[in-house]
Design a protein around this ligand. Structure first.
Ligand code: AMP
Ligand code: ZN
Length: 118
């Protein structure tokens, strides 16, 4: 049973206690559509274990980090954006705009994304 945190929105989604538009689920990774999409494809890819940020995943479970990225690639293929291009974003901390402190990759694509981000 992976570690979970009380009062964590994404732990609740992983557990199925709060509904979400889940597009992928396995023992290590859950992915669901962002409730406030910023692009035609905007999917959040999260570890089933509660980690506050992506560096914690890298330090504690490197293969789990790889699983997040590879799941994002598979979903990009399923969404038909692997060739047109997509962006993986992971915000860490307040200045980056992190609002949910259960780490997640934002998979964004389906339109031209500006660079640099704001
Ligand atoms: P961040 O600001 O990087 O922490 O990203 C948090 C993301 O979670 C935002 O893009 C929100 O729109 C999204 N979000 C918040 N609540 C939900 C929810 N219940 N279901 C799906 N996405 C959510
Ligand atoms: Zn959590």
């Amino acid at each position: 049973m992976p570690y979970t945190s009380d009062d964590c929105l994404f732990c609740a989604i992983v557990a199925g206690a709060i509904p979400a538009d889940v597009v992928h689920r396995d023992d290590h990774v859950v992915a669901f559509r962002d409730i406030n999409p910023q692009a035609p494809t905007h999917i959040l890819v999260v570890p089933t274990t509660h980690y506050e940020n992506v560096a914690e995943v890298a330090a504690d479970d490197p293969s789990g980090l790889a699983a997040l990225v590879l799941t994002a690639r598979t979903l990009a293929q399923a969404e038909g954006i692997d060739r047109s291009g997509y962006r993986l974003v992971t915000n860490t901390g307040a200045d980056a705009g992190q609002t949910v402190f259960h780490t997640h990759l934002h998979l964004l694509g389906g339109r031209h994304l500006t660079w640099p981000p704001g």
